[in-house]
Design a protein around this ligand. Structure first.
Ligand code: SF4
Ligand code: SF4
Length: 501
């Protein structure tokens, strides 16, 4: 017999003086929280189903609703917290692995918030970005050790294929299947408008989005879903996904009930089949094997496209990055342990991997120490939340950053962390047609463009304040950073001084 020991996590507070029983909340909630009681003529709510996505709160015409954290609590202590107790009850009921969405929410240090940025005073004066040119263009890919020219001044050095970005921010991989058609359409259109790139994730490329190929990164993951020659040639770059920050060391699983219609066609698997990505690529067990895949993909695309290798930030990430740089890859993407996901086992998401700040600093240092930094560009991701995180990441050594959760938020996500249920009330992490329609791609595209434009303004302003006028001059410029409240060891790994030094 299963016993439900749970208290609802949230309570719906409805101001009956304001409520006009219009039933908007009932229609808008895919979790069936709200219902109308004909007898009393009033609305009531089943708190236990609420995920706190705020759809009803946002659309209630009379502002009658409020969602509050439930005051009910178990008899907890600092060892057995409310969450740990609930998880035991849940597993005792289901016998299953705990699943979660989005990034690691645990209380580990956020190093971005312990790093401060420099500003020029008196000497090396600051630059006014409104009156002086600022260069935010970034090129990702191998850089030649030196540039040679012929007697007419033309460059004769063979240049490797590079991605050109108008600003050092790309949209990270999110598959069609994990997010909706309208969400993908919005990312693709915004990437094109802003001169940057979005990433297919491991779900293949929907035929409607081939038109955005010049702004698309196509992914090759362990399941190889939707991968064939035209797909590889459709994008501007190819990303081999080895690992992901939210779930390092394990594969992925999109349940068969989500493999419907276009998603099954795009992934090139039958409808209703579970899409299971194995934990490893079954043809990669060494850097030599990785080298073979990198060059197979280059061969398939006539050596015209940079190859990205994406790995999760784990303990020995610097040594792994050194191997990746020697595999022939053009770009390495490192995903920190706060990176988001459509679904991951909770225990893995919250306990495996390391913060992106430490991983990034150690990778950049290792590549410099080995004299191979120019052989590969570095993209970092895993909870980049604002323009200062971007500036700090670049000063720590990144060439550019991936944003994904921030992009979802811009489209309307309220971080309810229930993407794995497929019931996203905001039309983003769902395939249900009636929910997908809730995301208007034109509005979502404009909101993404607004976000990137706003960040670009802020980045140029912060750079100007430092007396720096190009992303290139900021990259790896750790003298511009100071730590606060960090240990000697943390400062050493980050390669920065303490504030006041
Ligand atoms: S949306 Fe607001 S006004 Fe309408 S029924 Fe729900 S709580 Fe009442
Ligand atoms: S994408 Fe949707 S389901 Fe996922 S966290 Fe955001 S609002 Fe919730």
């Amino acid at each position: 017999m299963s016993v439900d020991f749970f208290y609802p996590e949230y309570e719906i507070v409805r101001d009956q003086n304001r409520c006009i029983s219009c039933r908007v909340c009932e229609r808008q909630c895919a979790n069936c929280v709200h219902a109308f009681d004909e007898a009393s003529g009033k609305m009531y709510a089943d708190d236990s189903k609420c995920v706190n996505c705020h759809r009803c709160v946002s659309l209630c015409p009379t502002r009658a609703l409020k969602i509050v954290k439930s005051g009910n609590t178990f008899k907890t202590n600092s060892n057995w917290t409310n969450d740990y107790m609930k998880e035991i009850y849940r597993q005792a009921n289901s016998g299953g692995v705990l699943l979660s969405s989005m990034g690691n929410p645990a209380d580990f240090p956020v190093y971005w918030d312990k790093i401060l940025i420099n500003a020029s005073q008196v000497t090396n004066p600051s630059i006014d970005p409104l009156r002086e040119p600022m260069e935010t263009r970034t090129f990702l890919g191998k850089k030649p050790a030196k540039i040679e020219r012929d007697c007419d001044g033309n460059i004769i050095t063979k240049m490797e294929p590079n991605l050109e970005l108008a600003l050092p921010v790309l949209f990270g991989g999110m598959s069609y299947g994990a997010i909706s058609y309208n969400a993908h359409a919005s990312l693709a259109q915004a990437a094109k408008a802003c001169g940057t790139f979005y990433n297919t994730g491991e779900g293949g490329l929907h035929k409607d989005f081939y038109q955005y190929g010049a702004n698309t990164i196509v992914q090759v993951a362990s399941g190889r879903f939707g991968v064939y020659k035209d797909y590889l040639n459709a994008g501007a770059a190819i990303e081999i996904k080895i690992g992901q920050g939210a779930k390092p060391g394990i594969g992925g699983h999109l349940p068969g009930l989500k493999i419907v219609g276009d998603i099954s066609q795009t992934r090139m698997i039958p409808q209703g089949t579970d899409a299971i990505s194995p934990a490893p690529h079954h043809d990669i067990y060494s850097i030599e094997d990785l080298h073979q895949l990198v060059y197979s993909l280059k061969e398939a695309t006539d050596y015209q496209k940079p190859i990205i290798v994406k790995i999760a930030a784990v303990h020995n990430v610097a040594a792994i990055a050194s191997g990746v740089a020697r595999s022939g890859a053009d770009i390495i993407a490192i995903d920190g342990f706060r990176g988001g996901t459509g679904a991951a086992p909770t225990r893995i998401r919250d306990n495996v991997g390391i913060p992106i700040e430490l991983a990034l600093a150690s990778v950049d240092q290792r590549l410099r120490d080995e004299g191979i930094r120019g052989n590969i560009s570095v993209i970092c991701g895993g909870s980049i939340r604002n323009s200062t995180d971007v500036v700090k990441a670049i000063a720590l050594g990144a060439d550019a950053v991936y944003i994904a959760t921030a992009a979802l938020l811009a489209m309307g996500c309220h971080l309810c962390r229930s993407c794995h249920t497929g019931n996203c009330n905001w039309g983003i992490a769902t395939q249900k047609p009636e929910l997908v329609k809730r995301l208007n791609p034109e509005i979502a595209t404009q909101r993404l463009i607004n976000l990137l434009n706003a960040w670009e303004h802020e980045i140029t302003e912060i750079m100007g304040g430092m007396g720096i006028n190009s992303i290139e001059a900021l990259r790896g410029n750790r003298l511009m950073l100071r730590g606060i409240g960090l240990t000697e060891k943390e400062l050493e790994i980050l390669g920065i001084k303490h504030a006041g030094e």
